[in-house]
Ligand binder design. Structure first.
Ligand code: NAI
Ligand SMILES: CCCCC/C=C\C=C\C(=O)C/C=C\C/C=C\CCCC(=O)O
Length: 258
């Protein structure tokens, strides 16, 4: 899929992986709505992007993915400004094992909210133009990260949800592809959870175990994840795929045939 003039929506776009995904979409000619709860960082990123890509290529929208209303309004504003979306990236996510309900609400329910709105606006069966949804999972969506059981559960949920949506799309003919990207540790602010025991709550004694996992897997840089994200967006043969991104390279996950 060529990206020139395509319209994309990215949640959690102000920094980290969301910023990287937004930037690679802009570099390839797409127009991007940047959704985030962090207005200060989001507005400043929009200024940076205006200078690099032009003022009419991106749009910052203050949006908390916990709120159906805010997400709906963000879709409406994107459509008014750029037209209907072709690409949705549900990226916003947190680690918080103390307030684990919030982690479920953002990491899993936020992905479901964003995906269902994308379906409403992109489904070819209801007048949409089709496209692609890329959800952001994690290697912790494929195996356990012991210091974050609820984070692990939400990411396994994102993987299962995305695969089921892809199968539903295939069977029903929505004309939308659904894929999930599953990176190992990436150099972003979320890694600071290592130094914030409240983020791991009752599992903070497992931080040393996490440090060993980080030593084993290494830390990937955002642009290395972004180029793999782009592959899931543009390769029209990919639907229902989980792409594991490790420092040593990326691979499509083979799930057991049941
Ligand atoms: N950095 C890593 O090692 C890995 C990160 N991931 C996932 O990547 C995604 C992005 O995380 P990072 O860029 O690493 O972290 P980050 O903390 O740098 O960025 C997260 C962004 O999401 C925004 N956000 C948080 N709650 C939100 C909400 N309720 N609504 C809208 N925006 C919200 C934040 O303001 C921030 O801009 C997350 O889903 C995370 O689970 C997956 C694998 C590895
Ligand atoms: C102390 C809190 C966690 C610190 C790490 C910060 C961010 C991690 C983000 C992730 O999404 C996790 C990334 C990789 C998980 C690595 C291993 C999972 C286990 C895989 C397996 O062994 O099968």
């Amino acid at each position: 899929m060529a990206l020139t003039s395509k319209v994309a929506i990215v949640t959690g776009a102000a920094q980290g992986l969301g910023r990287g995904f937004s930037e690679i979409l802009l570099q390839n000619g797409a127009k991007v709505a940047l959704l985030d709860v962090n207005e200060t960082v989001g507005k400043s990123l929009k200024e940076t992007f205006d200078n690099q890509y032009g003022p009419d290529k991106s749009l910052f929208l203050s949006c908390n993915v916990e709120s159906e209303e805010q997400l709906k309004a963000a879709f409406q504003k994107t459509i008014q400004t750029f037209g209907r979306p072709h690409i949705m990236c549900n990226n916003a996510g947190i680690i918080n094992e103390s307030n684990w309900e919030k982690a479920v609400s953002i990491n899993l329910m936020g992905v479901v909210r964003g995906t269902y709105l994308a379906l409403e606006h992109m489904n070819k069966l209801t007048g949409g133009q089709g496209g692609v949804v890329v959800n952001v999972g994690s290697l912790a969506g494929l195996g356990p990260l012991p210091c974050t059981p609820v984070y692990t559960a939400t990411k396994h949920g994102v993987v299962g949800f995305t695969r089921a949506m892809a199968a539903a799309s295939d069977i029903s003919g929505y004309g939308i592809r659904f894929n999930v990207i599953c990176p190992a540790f990436v150099q972003t602010d979320i890694l600071n959870a290592l130094y914030q025991p409240e983020k791991t709550g009752q599992f903070s004694s497992l931080i040393e175990n996490t440090k060993k996992l980080i030593e084993m897997y290494g830390i990937i840089e955002v642009p290395d994840v972004s180029k793999n994200f782009l592959q899931l967006v543009t390769d029209e043969t990919k639907n229902g795929e989980a792409l594991a991104v490790l420092q040593k390279g990326c691979s499509y996950v083979t799930f057991p045939a049941l």
